[in-house]
Design a protein around this ligand. Structure first.
Ligand code: ITT
Length: 196
């Protein structure tokens, strides 16, 4: 079976793709498994630019069809921040520090002005040069304090009004039904199935 490289250094993302892409006609492999140590600097001005940059760089380096995602959290009251900078918000190193910084910056902002969305752009690139992108969005509200221990990143502070809980209070299976990444992955999965 052909291999598909999931090009991410984020363990949470990798875990989710292993579940989200179950059943595709590819065997999934990772940067660690392929011994790829190169780092890609995310210099683009859009999620799409960065996703394409990551997917094409690792496709060339590995010779494999490669999937990368660029994703982030956009908070309306902060004019879309942390956005593209979600992974390095405030120059802080842990997920926990970053979501506390976000809560701090939203201090005094009432519930009705705490709307936010997760956005995910998947890019799939081949070493031969083609590349395709797929988008998924998930709407929510930033809580006043963290709740839940599942998932990763900003999940503990991202409240889903229709479900009445945070993303971190969902099981991995439930998150993989409704998340931004799940929506983008559904489209990517259709594409990968048609590719063979
Ligand atoms: P790679 O570039 O190696 O894939 P990364 O973590 O640097 O890993 P991004 O540049 O795409 O990835 O940054 C995405 C950040 O957005 C991520 O680090 C989280 O802080 C946040 N994020 C993305 N998806 C999320 C999710 O499903 N739940 C919570 N936070 C998420």
């Amino acid at each position: 079976m052909r291999k598909l490289l999931i090009a991410t250094h984020n363990k949470g993302k990798l875990r989710e793709y292993q579940a989200l892409l179950r059943g595709i006609p590819f065997r999934l492999t990772s940067l660690a498994e392929e011994g790829l140590e190169i780092k890609v600097e995310e210099m683009g001005n859009t999620y799409e630019d960065n996703a394409i940059l990551k997917a094409t760089t690792y496709a060339k380096a590995s010779g494999l069809i490669t999937l990368a995602d660029d994703s982030g959290l956009e908070v309306d009251a902060l004019n879309g921040e942390p956005g593209l900078r979600s992974a390095r918000y405030g120059g802080l190193t842990t997920d926990e520090e970053r979501y506390w910084l976000l809560l701090e910056r939203l201090k005094g902002v009432p519930w009705e002005r705490r709307k936010a969305r997760f956005r995910c752009i998947i890019a799939i690139a081949s070493p031969r040069g083609w590349v395709e992108t797929f988008e998924g969005i998930c709407e929510g509200v930033i809580t006043f304090e963290p709740r839940g221990t599942s998932g990763f990143g900003y999940d503990p502070v991202f409240y889903l009004p229709e479900l009445g809980c945070t993303m971190a209070e969902l099981s991995p299976e439930q998150k993989n039904q409704i998340s931004h990444r799940a929506k983008a992955a559904r489209k990517a999965k259709d594409f990968l199935c048609r590719l063979i």
